[in-house]
Design a protein around this ligand. Structure first.
Ligand code: ADP
Length: 172
């Protein structure tokens, strides 16, 4: 059965078909999870990213995983929170959806996501978590290849927010 799982941990360590990177639009690396992924993947990742000419917010591009256990990295710049009236929710939905579509195209069965936009981009976690869980759940209903999506939470507060969102969804 297609399903969503939640784990506490470091996304650079997970052994899945594709991990998603909460990138910035340059795709040339940054802080947070982006920096961690580039450090763990090695310099060839940046070399491939340089060939991609950046990526718009809410869109997604794929590279190889190089030294990572994951075969692919799907890079998506999530929206920067600007108060909520600048299409932030729609753009965050697009980031998840376009990443999942790419995963499907590249025949990935297991995909891992970090909590996109809730770090330095300041998207409120209590809104981002239910939005992410809903879009992933909707996608999994009609997915042909993707079987499992792992939300890899880096801290307890993030894990709690996604646990809560998942239990609310299961109750509804
Ligand atoms: P954004 O710019 O999209 O907000 P950040 O990297 O600042 O991206 O934060 C997104 C989320 O990723 C935050 O919850 C942050 O704690 C988390 N994070 C940071 N490093 C890692 C990692 N190695 N694995 C998983 N999540 C991580």
């Amino acid at each position: 059965m297609n399903k969503i799982t939640l784990t506490l941990g470091d996304i650079t360590q997970v052994n899945v078909d594709a991990i998603v990177n909460a990138a910035n639009t340059s795709l040339l690396g940054g802080g947070g999870v982006d920096g961690a992924i580039h450090r763990a993947a090695g310099p060839q990742l940046l070399a491939e990213c340089r060939t991609l000419n950046g990526c718009r917010t809410g869109e997604a591009k794929i590279t190889k995983g190089y030294r990572l256990p994951a075969k692919y990295v799907i890079h998506t710049p999530g929206p920067i929170w600007q108060g909520g009236n600048h299409h932030e929710r729609e753009l965050l939905r697009n980031s998840y959806m376009n990443s999942l579509k790419l995963a499907e195209t590249y025949r990935c069965q297991i995909v891992a996501f970090p909590s996109i936009s809730t770090g330095v981009y300041h998207f409120p976690l209590d809104q981002a978590a239910p939005l992410a869980i809903r879009v992933i759940q909707d996608f999994l209903r009609s997915a042909k290849v993707v079987e499992q999506v792992q939300m890899v939470c880096f801290d307890d507060g993030t894990k709690r927010a996604y646990d809560h969102a998942l239990s609310e969804l299961n109750e509804s």
